[in-house]
Structure formats: structure tokens, C-alpha cells
Design a protein around this ligand. Structure first.
Ligand SMILES: [Zn+2]
Ligand SMILES: [Zn+2]
Ligand SMILES: [Zn+2]
Length: 141
């Protein structure tokens, strides 16, 4: 299946309208196997879009279970595409992420589940982040 069709289906199944900016942002995520930040996207977009528009697109994708937060660094939050069955309200893809010391890219470790931790009822957990560091497969070559 081509990306355009996939993107159309993805937006439709999460009740989002297909706009040129949303399409272009999702295309970028499909073309990369590592997570992207808002600044990465601004730098890679063909047409000049302001940061606010990109942030808005990213946060609506996060709300709708299309993108999840992969890691944070000095450049801001990096996002990655969710698995097929992420519902709108709460992300079910609770896997670990890997940040490379050489290229600084973030990768989803989809088959590494984040261990469940007990938290006292004084705290409501809304996000879990489990980040491993080291050298990625590209940089090992
Ligand atoms: Zn998700
Ligand atoms: Zn690397
Ligand atoms: Zn991930």
C-alpha cells in the first residue's frame, strides 16, 4: 500500500480531517525509522511552515493516538508513530526507546515493554518514559 493511502486511512480512522500539513508531517514520520522533533520537521518540510502550526499538528496527533512521545532532549520532544491499535484517549504502546550517543536519533524498541511500577494514589501517572542509551545499529557499522 502506498503512503498516501495509508495516511488517508490513518487520519480517517482517528476522525481527523486530511489537510496538506497533516499529510506532509505523517509522510515524514513514515519515511524515517527514528523519532522526529518539531524542529526536525520544520527543517525537513518542503514548504515553509511556522513552528506553531507544526506543534499544533503534533499535539493533535498525540491526542488522537497517532504519535507518541519517544524521548526528550535539548531540541524538545521527539515523537514516533504509534502501533496500529492505539486508541484515541490513552496510548497503549508502552515500549522502551533507545537514544544513540553517536547520531542522537531515538528509536522505538517495540518489543521491549516498560515494566509496570506501583505508584501511590497521590500521583496520577499520565506518561511513562523508559529510555536506553548506547550505539544504534547504523552507527555500529
Ligand atoms: Zn500510541
Ligand atoms: Zn546512531
Ligand atoms: Zn516508540
Amino acid at each position: 500500500m502506498d503512503n498516501m493511502k495509508l495516511i488517508g486511512d490513518l487520519l480517517h480512522s482517528h476522525g481527523l480531517k486530511k489537510t496538506p500539513i497533516r499529510t506532509e508531517v505523517l509522510e515524514l514520520f513514515m519515511d524515517h525509522d527514528f523519532a522526529l522533533s518539531a524542529s526536525d520537521i520544520v527543517a525537513k518540510m518542503t514548504a515553509g511552515h511556522d513552528r506553531v502550526t507544526i506543534y499544533r499538528a503534533l499535539s493533535s496527533f498525540e491526542e488522537h493516538g497517532i504519535l507518541h512521545r519517544a524521548s526528550e532532549d535539548g531540541q524538545g520532544t521527539k515523537y514516533a508513530l504509534c502501533g496500529h491499535k492505539c486508541p484515541d484517549e490513552q496510548h497503549t504502546d508502552k515500549h522502551a526507546h533507545f537514544v544513540c550517543d553517536e547520531c542522537h536519533q531515538t528509536y522505538c524498541l517495540e518489543d521491549v515493554q516498560v515494566p509496570e511500577v506501583e505508584v501511590s494514589s497521590e500521583f496520577t501517572v499520565e506518561r511513562t518514559s523508559f529510555v536506553l542509551g548506547g550505539i544504534c545499529r547504523q552507527c555500529q557499522q
